[in-house]
Design a protein around this ligand. Structure first.
Ligand SMILES: [Zn+2]
Length: 229
């Protein structure tokens, strides 16, 4: 079939938009907010587990009876399977974040499928649970990323608010940005791990979690896992 020049331009523009805007609907609409009514938010943590930050976060959540979602990186799950099991055992949602943490928007379907399958397998091996949600590294997707995730039984999840906690701006800054930016239905993005350094420092984020949870609870928010959306 022949495509006119105009159609080609639209196609290229659309592809760029879908790849570079994490919540773009072009490549399959990701979940970017919760559907539950009222003051409900979801805490989500990417790139873990991490031997320092993840246990601190789990302790803070357990002390407050709050459930969250952890988008686990497969190669970190292989390094610290006990932490993945602890995440699942304590009632949090375990999501797939792939295995290698490469940006997926220019990768072939075969590469994407392998990355997502390896991530899924690492989680299953560690925690004996099968993830039902997936978040792409950096949110970068391509026409087939969402479809491949769906074929593995995983819905693709974006986020409503990121606060650049990975830049380590300080515990209070992370807490302030998160609390001030939270709205009813927000999916909040934080990082308990470093996608490029298995022992990267995410302790600032971990120390911000009790502040965030306490302040949002005071404001009347409830916390929900994203797989409840
Ligand atoms: Zn990531």
């Amino acid at each position: 079939m022949m495509l006119g020049l105009g159609a080609g331009v639209v196609l290229v523009g659309g592809a760029a938009h879908g790849a570079f805007h994490r919540n773009s609907p072009i490549f399959g609409r990701p979940i970017t907010r919760l559907r539950s009514p009222g003051r409900v938010v979801a805490l989500t943590f990417d790139d873990g587990p991490n031997p320092d930050a993840t246990p601190l976060i789990l302790d803070a959540l357990a002390a407050r009876g709050v459930k969250a979602t952890f988008f686990i990186l497969g190669r970190h799950a292989e390094a610290w399977p006990d932490l993945v099991k602890r995440v699942a055992d304590e009632g949090h949602a375990v999501g797939n974040h792939g295995f290698f943490h490469r940006k997926l928007h220019f990768k072939s379907p075969a590469y994407v499928r392998r990355d997502l399958e390896l991530g899924t397998r690492a989680i299953e091996a560690a925690a004996h649970v099968r993830p039902t949600v997936f978040r792409a590294p950096h949110g970068f997707r391509s026409p087939w990323v969402t479809r491949i995730a769906r074929s593995l039984g995983q819905r693709t999840v974006g986020w409503s608010l990121g606060v650049w906690d990975s830049d380590r701006p300080g515990v209070d800054v992370i807490a302030d940005r998160t609390v001030n930016g939270a709205r009813a239905g927000s999916i909040l993005l934080l990082h308990d791990g470093d996608g490029y350094d298995p022992r990267g420092d995410r302790v600032q984020t971990a120390r911000a979690v009790p502040l965030i949870v306490d302040r949002l609870l005071e404001q009347g928010y409830r916390f929900e896992r994203v797989d409840a959306a």
